[in-house]
Design a protein around this ligand. Sequence first.
Ligand SMILES: O=C(O)c1cc(C(=O)O)c2c(n1)C(=O)C(=O)c1cc(C(=O)O)[nH]c1-2
Length: 568
Amino acid sequence: QVTAEAIANDATTVGDVVTNGMGQTLQRYSPLETLNRDNVQNLVPAWAFSLGGEKQRGQESQPLVYDGIMYVTGSYSRLFAIDIATGKEIWQYDARLPEGILPCCDVVNRGAALHGDKVIFGTLDARLVALDRKTGDVIWNKEIADYKAGYSYTAAPLIVNDLVITGNSGGEFGIVGEVQARDVETGEIVWTRPTIEGHMGTLNGQPSTMTGTLNATWPGDMWRTGGGATWLGGSYDAETDTLIFGTGNPAPWNSHLRNAGTPVEGNAGDNLYAASRLGIDPATGEIKWHFQTTPREGWDFDGVNEVVAYTDREGNGRLATADRNGFFYVLNREDGAFLRATPFVSQISWAEGIDETGRPIYVEDNRPGDPSAAAEGEKGETVFAVPSFLGGKNWMPMAFSQRTGNFYVPSNEWGMDIWNEPVTYREGAAYLGSGFTIKPIFEDHIGSLKAIDPDTGEIKWEYKNEAPLWGGVMTTAGGLVFTGTPEGEFIALDDETGEILWSFQTGSGIVGQPITWEQDGEQYVTVVSGWGGAVPLWGGEVANRVNYLNQGGMVWTFKLPRQLASAG
Ligand SMILES: O=C(O)c1cc(C(=O)O)c2c(n1)C(=O)C(=O)c1cc(C(=O)O)[nH]c1-2
């Protein structure tokens, strides 16, 4: 039985991994040091497991490990239970997706959740499925939203108390972002919290109230299809009893249709609560605080990136997040209040900086032009903006080291041509009103793994990678930082210098999220390999540059040879 205690203590108990993020604050830090900077060069595969068949794409999963079994989600909404001792399959579940699903960015899934005797995951046709951990039998299967209207689901669910909490995907289709909490035993909804001003939530089946002013920041009825998808799921900070969810781009992309291009009084064109981070009360779904990273968003800078709760070097409770828009933010842990923001990519064109209130200082000339100012049916003025819409950082999670006090951030250095076009909403159709081409800005690299001191924003070291980095990061008390590259290398770096200490070619690009755990005194490391996600689909000139990468779907598990482990 995966207990509430096991979930709450996941970050400090090394014998299993029962949460996405290796702990609900998403630090992705392991206190294990059996494997360390002195012996990591001896790391070898223990076993490998194929996710099989024709469904070899975009393996973004973070595996879970409990009671001798590893749970790995695969592309096309599949879930595998694997024996961790042998790497043999115990069972597999295939959601058998209907025709006509509308995921924007590949057929991905980022992981499952464990609770009691259940393993729970979401599917691309926007359903949530609870299976028996041991047999794979379906216990319940619920619709999150209507996939025909453009909703999908790609994130790992979150378990808090006896609730299973999910977001939704579909921001490119004019859906409305929502956080849903369900009874983990039955799958029935307890509360819902829409993320766009004007939409109401529910609590125990009754209408709830939306925190804040209703629809003050949207023109007309644009809020009805306002986006703000909660597509990366969230984190939970037990210290403040707060769920933290990010919200995606406001819809449509064309910000002039949302009045965002016009200088306005106060926050009238801000489009709350899109492109924001929300602190939510897990008991009621009420919004406790919000911080909007990109008000008047016009470059597809979704605000979904993970928020990591941590204690800084002076003992202060903090939240950190590295946004698509290129800035690394530090917020107060108690109330989400803005403390500071620093650039974590080398160029940012759309803002000069962030002011003392946390609001961007816009470079208005870098906002793509208003097509209504152009001739009938013509596009608006094209601008070259940095970062590209795929972000200074996208969904792939950073890690926080309790050993060094630094964050390890998988970032990308790239720009885009972007322009606006007229668009009208149609259910189940793309709702962008924009066009784009991503372009490199450096000859030799796009990917950049950075060690960032959150107290100062200083970049301590940088590892440059030719292709865009799209895999998760993990760090350990052994002084190691693990991540994977689209070129297929699974690498371990020195947490103080960024030097590569070990690498292993996995046979396909890595967009998965590594984990580590201990079994019988030995430390294991697992990563899923299998190229895909948004880059090969939307990467423009960058995708052409990295298209040599092969598809795949393989779970790789590593350990030290036994005699070396005991000698170390
Ligand atoms: O607005 C949305 O609903 C939504 C959903 C998703 C998703 O669910 O994967 C992505 C995005 N947006 C997105 O903007 C994006 O860059 C992206 C990259 C990826 C990926 O898995 O590589 N998903 C998504």
